[in-house]
Design a protein around this ligand. Structure first.
Ligand SMILES: [Fe+2]
Length: 193
């Protein structure tokens, strides 16, 4: 497996989503690519900054961890798709992108804890994983989440994520987001410095 570099990582990610995007998104009615594109479109529609659009687009990249070299994944205690996704993206994108990815499951638990009505708005599959992901937060976990610098963006990405499961939406194609992703690379590809 070839290791992505700053020069190749965008094409690397696009290729994975093109090859595997038709897979079902967990238990929901949308495919992986429909879900990620709808999440990004939801972010764009609100006028979100580029980092948050990118985070919405890439938040579930950790589900494709097997597509990346093992040393990028650093298998360890915390190998859930949120932490793994952030680790995959971290060499290439700024914290404004990677932190909401890392926190997007915590943000679901946070929203369900501080807003009793939020759980009812989740899809059935997301309600099911909520229990597996730890259910409601303890007061300590709430305090820790609220101390995160990128908590606001994480909550917004989470809401775009939860709204990104509609069967009759026609989001923009992945190619639309490539320039935005390129503009965010922390180490610009050779020739673009
Ligand atoms: Fe998602």
């Amino acid at each position: 497996m070839k290791r992505p570099t700053a020069d190749t990582v965008i094409d690397y990610i696009v290729e994975i989503f093109e090859r595997r995007g038709a897979e079902a998104y967990l238990g929901d009615a949308v495919t992986m690519s429909e879900h990620m594109l709808q999440s990004a479109a939801n972010a764009e529609r609100t006028g979100a900054p580029a980092v948050e659009v990118a985070a919405a687009l890439l938040h579930d990249v950790g589900h494709f961890a097997g597509e990346f070299p093992e040393d990028m994944i650093e298998a360890g205690a915390d190998n859930r798709h949120d932490a793994v996704g952030a680790r995959i993206l971290q060499p290439f994108f700024p914290p404004g992108v990677t932190e909401p990815v890392r926190l997007h499951v915590a943000a679901k638990r946070y929203l369900c804890t501080v807003d009793a009505s939020y759980f009812g708005r989740l899809s059935p599959a997301s309600q099911e994983t909520f229990r597996l992901q730890g259910g409601p937060m303890t007061p300590d976990e709430v305090a820790r989440f609220e101390s995160e610098r990128h908590r606001g963006a994480a909550v917004r990405v989470r809401m775009w994520d939860d709204e990104g499961k509609s069967v009759d939406s026609e989001p923009r194609p992945l190619a639309h987001y490539v320039p935005l992703l390129r503009s965010l690379l922390v180490s610009p590809p050779a020739g673009r410095r």
